[in-house]
Design a protein around this ligand. Structure first.
Ligand code: ADP
Ligand code: MG
Length: 453
């Protein structure tokens, strides 16, 4: 049996468990072997259009999820009808096939596996709309937020959804740094000719550009991207972009690009709250090991320790679960300490480091508003002091997401509710008050450069 056939047999076993007998017997049982494989796109042939459409509408996402679970290499299944076999064109360009079809998308990054909460609800809903009607709802669709909060996941979910509904769609996922590399290596091979580059990038339905901020300073590449952007945009092709900051704050990216980004729809992803993080952990635990039992206390401990970055939080969970599996242990607090001890220690160190940065936020804010540090932290109630004070609280929460109570201790021992109210007020006010928004944006910029030092 070929490796692909073996893979398919493994998937079949799961499908049999997942769906009722009738569905299984009608749709999957007759499919005994795979038809062909072009660079990881595995084609299966079904009897007719009707069966093909049913599988493509209802089951393909699951099948591809299982495929990536069981296959060591990136693969994706495609179903075609017997009629289509006759018309199936030979694949001419290997490179393009990999890029478009499989879209180097990670097929576990789906809407289904994305846990929704307050911090990402709007982004999620709009992403679903974009995926439902590519090119028609929001173009470009711009997702921003801090590292590890799900931008790549959500962006790829759009691609996977579109592909699962129409396997013919050409989806190109490209990290901004690869886009630069591609362009630069092309120029070095052939100084004047960009046709090859254009052919690769122009013949697509959806482009997903990840981490656009990396294009800063790469002005030739930006120029090329700008041309591509306009071409795709004018042809109603969906463009999705992610970034670590709003388009208005991108530095060293040409204004003609940033204004185009701003003209589409921007959504942000914030740090999820504790309950949301616990839900993410629960979902992840289920996919890691159906038998792993982790108490709420331990989940809540992990969610608290890894508050600001879901990737790190997931990493800790994976480490814990595999540690427990390896030594066949029940997951207790002691096991958590043994499994995560080293990680927690380094985390503690970085937390200590960032603690000094709370002062930095306070001093940058005080400086911006021209008030003294004691007045910023102190008790004076004139708006000259309260506005900067609230902004400083808000920014500390935004940047470090430490508990309100802890922030209170940095401001003359104010209590939880005072800080909470301040943060909510600033969040609300910047939506209405352009001056305040400008002030906050400028402070963030200053901070970003100050914190690097
Ligand atoms: P970013 O691109 O913003 O740095 P990623 O999309 O790479 O972040 O997300 C980091 C990890 O966290 C990924 O494994 C992703 O699946 C996971 N993740 C992020 N947000 C969610 C969510 N809402 N639900 C489930 N998993 C999530
Ligand atoms: Mg990312």
């Amino acid at each position: 049996m070929s490796p692909n056939d073996t893979l398919w047999q493994t998937i079949l076993k799961d499908l049999e468990k997942l769906y009722n007998e009738e569905t299984y017997n009608e749709l999957f049982l007759p499919l005994t072997s795979t038809f062909k494989d072009s660079n990881g796109l595995i084609t299966m042939v079904v009897a007719n259009e009707f069966l093909k459409n049913r599988i493509n509408k209802l089951y393909i996402a699951k099948i591809n999820e299982l495929a990536s679970k069981y296959s060591p290499t990136a693969v994706r299944f495609k179903f075609i009808s017997e009629d289509e076999v006759k018309h199936d064109e030979p694949v001419t360009d290997r490179q393009l096939t990999i890029d478009y079809r499989q879209g180097n998308l990670n097929s576990t990054y789906t809407f289904d596996s994305f846990v929704v909460g307050k911090s990402n609800m709007f982004a999620f809903r709009m992403a679903m709309k974009v995926a439902d009607q590519p090119g028609a709802v929001a173009n470009p669709f711009y997702i921003f937020g801090d590292v590890g909060l799900g931008k790549t996941h959500l962006m790829q979910a759009i691609g996977n959804y579109i592909l699962d509904n129409d396997v013919e769609k050409r989806i190109l996922y490209v990290k901004a740094d690869n886009f630069i590399e591609d362009f630069v290596s092309l120029l070095s091979r052939n100084k004047n000719k960009t046709e090859e580059f254009n052919a690769k990038y122009k013949d697509i339905d959806v482009i997903l550009v990840d981490d656009i901020q990396i294009m800063a300073n790469a002005s030739k590449t930006q120029m090329e991207f700008f041309k591509l952007f306009d071409y795709l945009y004018l042809n109603n092709k969906q463009i999705v972009i992610t970034s670590d900051k709003p388009a208005s704050q991108l530095t060293n990216i040409m204004p003609r690009l940033t204004t185009r980004f701003e003209a589409g729809l921007s959504v942000d992803i914030q740090v999820p709250d504790l309950d949301h993080r616990i839900n993410i952990l629960k979902r992840k635990t289920a996919t890691l090991d159906a038998n792993a039992e982790i108490s709420d206390e331990i989940l809540s401990f992990i969610a608290t320790q890894f508050a600001a970055n879901i990737r790190e939080m997931e990493g800790a969970l994976i480490r814990l679960v595999s540690y427990a599996q390896t030594f066949d242990l029940e997951i207790t607090m002691n096991v958590v300490e043994d499994a995560l001890g080293a990680v927690l220690k380094t985390k503690k160190k970085t937390n200590e480091l960032t603690e000094n940065n709370y002062d930095k936020i306070q001093s940058v804010v005080a400086d911006y508003f021209q008030v003294s540090l004691p007045d910023l932290i102190g008790k004076k109630r004139h708006s000259k002091f309260t506005v900067p004070r609230h902004v400083a609280m808000y920014l500390i929460k935004l940047k470090y997401n430490i508990p309100y109570k802890t922030i209170g201790t940095l401001f003359n021992d104010r209590d939880h509710s005072t800080v909470l109210a301040a943060c909510e007020k600033v969040e609300k006010d910047i939506r209405m008050d352009g001056n305040l928004k400008f002030a906050v944006d400028s402070i963030v910029k200053k901070l970003d450069s100050a914190l690097l030092k």
